[in-house]
Design a protein around this ligand. Structure first.
Ligand code: SAH
Length: 243
C-alpha cells in the first residue's frame, strides 16, 4: 500500500500541464465535483498550452501528410517539439511528459498512484493520425493508452488520467479509507454495495451486512470480491497470485 501523507498546506500543488489543439476543453468535467473543488482549493493546478501557437505559416499548420503516403495527417515534430520546449520553460522540466496513444502502456491504478506521488504531469493530447516518431523519442515521451479503442483525440484520455490521479492526492477524497477498499487497490474488484431501504421490490440486503458483526462483514465482503473477480476478471486473480 503506498504511503499517503495527510494533506499538508505547505506541500506544493500537484501540477497538470496540457498541450492540446483544444485548450478550451479544460478543465471541463474536471472543474466540477471532487476534482473541481480540489482545483479551487489549490490542491492541484492546471495550465493549458495551445500547440497551434507554434504552428507554421499563415495558417499556423501543425500537421502534414504522412511520409510514405497513406491516409490522414501527422503532427509535425518541429511544431510539437517547440510547443513542448515552451511548456517546459513555463511549467517546469521536472514533470514527466506523457503522450496519449493507443500504442502506449495501459493506464492502471498503480500507474495513477505513481504519477500522483510525483510533482505532476505534462500531457500531450494527439490529434489526426498521431505524432511524428522523432519528437516522441527526442523529448523522451512516455506513451500511455487508456484502453484498446481509438478516440478522436488525446484530450479525453488526458482527463481520464487526471481524474484518476487527482482523487488520490492528499486531501481530495474525504476519507483515505474510501480509497483503499476500491477495485484494483486490493488486486480484486469491489464487492457488491447496498444502502437503504432494507427491502426494495421484494429484494433484501444480505443479512450479514445488517448484523453489526464487523469481522463477519469483512469476511462476506472478501468472499464477494473474490466471487465477482473470478467471474468477471479471472486475469486479475492470476496477476494477484504472482504479486
Ligand atoms: N492512428 C492512431 C490513432 C490516432 S487517434 C493509431 O492507429 O494508433 C488520435 C489521437 O487520439 C492519438 O494521437 C492519441 O493522442 C489519442 N488517442 C486515441 N485513442 C487513444 C487511446 N486508446 N488512449 C490514449 N489516447 C488515445
Amino acid at each position: 500500500m503506498p504511503h499517503r501523507p495527510e494533506h499538508d498546506a505547505t506541500r506544493q500543488a500537484w501540477r497538470a500541464s496540457i498541450l492540446t489543439l483544444f485548450p478550451e476543453m479544460f478543465p471541463g468535467p474536471l472543474g466540477l465535483s471532487l476534482a473541481g473543488q480540489a482545483l479551487d482549493a489549490g490542491l492541484w493546478s492546471l495550465a493549458t498550452h495551445q500547440i497551434r501557437e507554434h504552428g507554421l505559416g499563415r495558417h499556423r499548420a501543425v500537421d502534414d501528410t504522412p511520409a510514405g503516403g497513406g491516409a490522414g495527417m501527422v503532427m509535425r515534430a518541429d511544431v510539437v517539439g517547440a510547443a513542448v520546449d515552451s511548456a517546459r520553460s513555463q511549467d517546469g522540466a521536472d514533470l514527466p511528459l506523457i503522450y496519449f496513444s493507443p500504442r502506449g502502456t495501459p493506464l492502471t491504478q498503480s500507474l495513477a498512484h505513481e504519477l500522483a506521488e510525483g510533482p505532476g504531469v505534462m500531457l500531450l493530447a494527439g490529434r489526426f493520425e498521431g505524432l511524428d516518431q522523432r519528437v516522441i523519442e527526442a523529448r523522451g515521451m512516455r506513451e500511455i493508452s487508456i484502453g484498446d479503442y481509438i478516440l478522436s483525440g488525446g484530450e479525453l484520455a488526458a482527463m481520464v488520467l487526471l481524474d484518476a490521479c487527482i482523487r488520490l492526492l492528499p486531501g481530495v477524497v474525504g476519507s483515505a479509507d474510501s480509497l483503499t477498499h476500491e477495485s484494483f487497490e486490493t488486486g480484486l474488484l469491489e464487492h457488491a454495495l447496498y444502502t437503504k431501504p432494507r427491502e426494495w421490490e421484494g429484494r433484501s440486503i444480505p443479512e450479514v451486512l445488517l448484523s453489526g458483526d464487523h469481522k463477519k462483514i469483512a469476511a462476506w465482503q472478501e468472499t464477494d470480491s473474490l466471487r465477482i473477480t473470478s467471474e468477471r476478471r479471472p486475469d486479475l486473480l492470476e496477476a494477484r497470485k504472482r504479486r
